[in-house]
Design a protein. Structure first.
Length: 366
C-alpha cells in the first residue's frame, strides 16, 4: 500500500472514530440528534485530504516519521492535528454553501439542502429553508468544536510546551484569517460593480490569500512543522513554499468554478459566475474586454444564468486571454514554491513528497 493511500485510510478511520465517540457521548440527547451526526459522518467520508496531507508532510519535513509503522503516541498526535484540519475544512465548506446558497457539494445536495429535504419529508412547521440553514450552521459549529478538541489533544502530546504553543498559535491564526477572508469575499459580492482595475485586483488577491490560500497549504504545513518542533528558519522555508502553492491551489479552484466539468467537480458548471465571485480570473477577464462586452459581462455576472448564458460567458472569458493568464500564474507560483524549499534545512524525502503534492494540488480537475 502506498503512503498516500495508507494516510487517507488512517485519517478516515480517525474521523469516524471521533464521530462515533461523540455519538456515544451525545446518546442521552435521544434519537432526534441522529440526523445531525449521520450528516457529519456522511460529509466527512471521502475527499482529497490536501490539508491533512500537507500537515503530515510538514511534520515529516522536521521529524521523519514512517507512515507504514504502527500508530504510536507521536503518530497519533499528528493524526489528531491532521483530522482537526479536516473537521475545520468541512465546517468551512458547510458554512460557505450556506453563504453562497449553493445547492450541491461534491455531487450531492449541500448540507442545508439535505436538512431542508428532511423538513419537507416530516412536514415540520415553519419553512424548509430556515430549518436547513439553521441545521447547517449548527453542524458547522459542531465540527469546529470537535476540530478544536482534536487540536488540543495534539498539542497536549507535543514534544514540548514551545511546540504546543506554536502549533496552537498557527491554528488560531488560521481560523481568524479564514473567517475574516470569508467576510471580505461576501463584502465584494455585496458592493456591486467593480473598482478600478488595480484596486479590484488587490481586493480579489486579498480574498484569495486569506479565505483560501493560506489555510489550504501554508497553515497546515506550519501546524505540522510546529508540532514537530520546527525552528523559525524551517517555518520560514515552509511558509515560502506553502503560500505560493496555496495561491496556485485557489487559482485552480477559480478556473474550475468557471470552466470545470460538473460531472467531475460535483458543482454546476459556471457556478462562480452565477454567484458573482470577484475572483482574479474574473477581474483579468473584465480588464481585457472591450467596453460593450464588459458592460454585458457585468450585467450578467451574479444573476441566475441559463446554460446558454453560462456558455457565452465562458467563451467570452476564454477569448479575453484571462484563462491562459491564470494558468501562467499557477505555473509561476509552483516554480516559486519549488525554489523556496529546494535548499531548505528540511528532510529530503519530505521535500520530494511536498513538491509532488503541490503539483497534484495545482493541476487537479475537481
Amino acid at each position: 500500500m502506498d503512503e498516500t493511500t495508507r494516510l487517507a485510510g488512517l485519517i478516515q478511520e480517525r474521523l469516524h472514530d471521533t464521530i462515533d465517540a461523540h455519538r456515544a457521548d451525545l446518546e442521552p440527547l435521544g434519537p432526534d440528534a441522529a440526523p445531525l451526526l449521520d450528516e457529519a459522518a456522511s460529509f466527512l467520508t471521502g475527499g482529497k485530504r490536501f490539508r491533512a496531507l500537507f500537515a503530515v508532510h510538514g511534520y515529516r519535513a522536521i521529524r521523519p516519521l514512517d507512515i507504514n509503522a504502527p500508530v504510536d503516541a507521536e503518530f497519533g498526535a499528528l493524526l489528531d492535528a491532521a483530522c482537526a484540519l479536516e473537521l475545520f475544512h468541512a465546517a468551512a465548506l458547510i458554512h460557505d454553501d450556506v453563504i453562497d446558497r449553493s445547492d450541491t457539494r461534491r455531487g450531492r445536495p449541500s448540507v442545508h439542502r439535505t436538512f431542508a429535504a428532511l423538513h419537507e419529508q416530516h412536514g415540520y412547521r415553519d419553512t424548509p429553508d430556515h430549518f436547513g440553514t439553521s441545521s447547517a450552521i449548527l453542524l458547522g459549529d459542531l465540527l469546529q468544536s470537535w476540530a478544536d478538541e482534536l487540536m488540543s489533544n495534539a498539542c497536549d502530546a507535543a514534544q514540548n510546551r514551545d511546540a504546543a504553543r506554536a502549533t496552537r498559535a498557527h491554528f488560531n491564526r488560521m481560523r481568524s484569517e479564514v473567517a475574516v477572508g470569508q467576510y471580505l469575499d461576501v463584502l465584494e459580492e455585496q458592493r456591486g460593480g467593480f473598482a478600478e482595475h488595480a484596486e479590484q485586483l488587490d481586493r480579489s488577491t486579498r480574498v484569495l490569500v486569506y479565505k483560501s490560500a493560506k489555510y489550504s497549504v501554508e497553515a497546515p504545513l506550519l501546524i505540522g512543522a510546529a508540532l514537530a518542533g520546527a525552528s523559525r528558519e524551517q517555518e520560514e522555508a515552509l511558509a515560502g513554499f506553502g503560500l505560493p502553492v496555496g495561491v496556485a491551489f485557489q487559482l485552480r479552484d477559480d478556473l474550475l468554478g468557471v470552466f470545470g466539468d460538473e460531472d467531475i467537480t460535483g458543482k454546476p458548471s459556471g457556478d462562480d459566475l452565477v454567484e458573482g465571485k470577484r475572483t482574479i480570473l474574473v477581474t483579468l477577464a473584465r480588464e481585457a474586454l472591450p467596453n460593450t462586452q464588459r458592460r454585458i459581462f457585468d450585467d450578467l455576472l451574479g444573476t441566475p444564468l441559463d446554460k446558454e448564458q453560462v456558455t457565452m460567458l465562458q467563451r467570452t472569458m476564454r477569448s479575453s486571454g484571462a484563462e491562459q493568464q491564470v494558468e501562467e500564474m499557477i505555473s509561476r507560483n509552483i516554480a516559486r514554491a519549488h525554489q523556496a524549499i529546494s535548499e531548505a534545512a528540511l528532510d529530503a524525502g519530505a521535500v520530494t513528497r511536498l513538491t509532488a503534492l503541490a503539483e497534484r494540488a495545482a493541476q487537479r480537475t475537481s
